[in-house]
Design a protein around this ligand. Structure first.
Ligand code: FAD
Length: 462
């Protein structure tokens, strides 16, 4: 038995970042992880492998669609799926080994195995019970299930299976038009699969700016993805090599069936707390199965904290990381803080989609007067040069004070562009502050500045 200042359960972006920050603050730290490798969902079966496949398939798309026009002639590359999976895995391995290195550097003990909390102040891993003054639960999330749909991770798969398919399927049905479904749907569409997305709601990517939703769906349709909207999946029937997807249209209750080689179920994720023993410990949960925490990320059980996908809020790696750092500071007696109003969200398709802060819908609901500054990438020289003029930047600012309240981008590099708006929001900047900041030419970021100018006297290049 060993004794620690803090034991963190789960080594995803929430847990490993929390462990590193605790160690930097001088605490004796251990992190429990049941997987063979560190990094959690994000590094092993989430953000990183999906971005590797998005990158590789985007390169193919560029070769097939844009090379000839730029004067790059010749045979376009063909897909070696096995090699693409090897590339994806090597990207994952480099990153997970990197966390192992950081653990050693910061003298963090990795307790290998699945952990539980028999009582406050104790963590059990295998047969060993360790003592901990503080415990941080960072056990993440798992794919949510859908009634009537049985996942076998071969023909009917979650995102985990979709990152490991034996071959590129001829046809793929994606259930759920959220971020994960659209990213992986894009990958397979670019690699040659016929992709059909079935979505219960009438718009893709729920909660996003409606103008972005419409533009995004139009662009994805142009890239070959088909959409069946307002459709409730009733069940799937699968053999070893094929599946049928039964759905009912909400508008008229008519029923139909789709055939597919592979079905990806991407209808969301749910907090993962199996085996932790939270019930016995008396930890309070929300109605949605998340661990309830206070402002300091502490649960109702003193000395037991929770962060990341397992608590409320967007299920995003950077949100988990921020909570990891903040909770570490709380544990160390400092004042950790997360600004939940400025957490960006990014979809890594092509083009990328990014947002932060309020939408027009949330502002209307709050009865807050706002103005809109919008700029199309068609007015951005750099975007046009790389065939990326479709899309726009939309900045929402307070009508009276000009303070930036939100930003929505669909276009090249959106996932990076959003951060200058995040920094501006963090500093309480006005749209004019952004508009008065010199932006290098020719860059995509000029479109952000032009949108800020459009909140005032007007954009120059529109
Ligand atoms: P996790 O990363 O889920 O880590 C939890 C860890 O705890 C796991 O390794 C698990 O094995 C371990 N664990 C659980 N229970 C125990 C136990 N009892 N004992 C020991 N270990 C335990 N987010 C983004 O921000 N950007 C993206 O591009 C992005 N892409 C994604 C793509 C996909 C396909 C998926 C599935 C998710 C994606 N996400 C993305 C979401 C992101 O992965 C999660 O928000 C993030 O991983 C949450 O971090 P976490 O630390 O809370 O939990």
């Amino acid at each position: 038995m060993a004794s620690y200042d803090v034991i963190i359960i789960g080594a995803g972006p929430g847990g490993y970042v929390c462990a590193i920050r605790c160690a930097q603050l001088g605490l004796k730290v251990a992190c429990v992880e049941g997987r063979e490798t560190l990094g959690g969902t994000c590094l092993n079966v989430g953000c990183i492998p999906s971005k590797a496949l998005l990158h590789a398939s985007h390169m193919l798309h560029e070769a097939e669609h844009n090379f000839a026009e730029m004067g790059l002639k010749g045979k376009s590359p063909s897909v070696d799926w096995k090699q693409m999976l090897t590339y994806k895995q090597s990207t994952v391995d480099t990153n997970t080994k990197g966390i192992e290195f950081l653990f050693k550097k910061n003298k963090i003990d990795w307790l290998k195995g699945w952990g539980s909390i028999p009582e406050a102040g104790k963590v059990k891993v295998g047969e060993e019970v360790h003592e901990a003054k503080n415990i941080v639960i960072a056990t993440g999330s798992a794919a949510a299930s859908l009634p009537g749909v049985e996942v076998d991770e071969k023909v009917v798969v979650t995102s985990t299976g979709a990152l490991e398919l034996g071959k590129v399927p001829k046809s793929l049905v994606v259930i759920g038009a959220g971020v994960i479904g659209l990213e992986l749907g894009s990958v397979y569409a670019r690699l040659g699969s016929e992709v059909t997305v079935v979505e219960y709601l009438d718009a893709i990517t729920p909660g996003m700016d409606p103008e972005v939703q419409k533009t995004f769906q139009r662009m994805l349709t142009k890239q070959g993805l088909k959409f069946i909207m307002g459709a409730a999946v009733q069940k799937t029937e699968a053999t070893k090599t094929k599946a049928k997807v039964h759905y009912k249209l909400r508008k008229d209750d008519s029923e139909a069936v789709l055939d597919a080689d592979v079905v990806l179920v991407s209808t969301g994720r749910k907090p993962f707390v199996d085996g932790l023993g939270l019930e016995g410990l008396g930890v309070e949960m929300t109605e949605r199965g998340q661990i309830k925490v206070g402002k300091d990320w502490q649960t109702n059980v003193s000395g037991v904290y929770a962060i990341g996908d397992v608590i409320e809020g967007p299920m995003l790696a950077h949100k988990a990381e921020d909570e990891g750092m903040a909770a570490a500071e709380q544990v160390a007696g400092k004042h950790g803080h997360v600004n939940y109003g400025v957490i960006p969200g990014v979809i890594y398709t092509h083009p990328e989609v990014a947002n932060v802060g309020e939408t027009e819908a949330t502002l209307k609901e709050a009865g807050r007067a706002y103005k809109v500054g919008k700029f199309s990438f068609m007015g951005n020289a750099r975007a046009k040069a790389v065939f990326a003029g479709d899309g726009f930047v939309k900045i929402l600012a307070d009508k009276e004070t000009d303070r930036i309240l939100g930003c929505h981008i669909i276009g090249p590099g959106a996932g990076d562009l959003i951060h200058e708006v995040c920094v501006a929001m963090e500093f309480g900047a006005s749209a004019e502050d952004l508009a008065m900041t010199c932006h290098a030419h020719p860059t995509y970021s000029e479109a952000v500045r032009e949108a800020a100018l459009a909140c005032g006297d007007g954009a120059i290049h529109m």
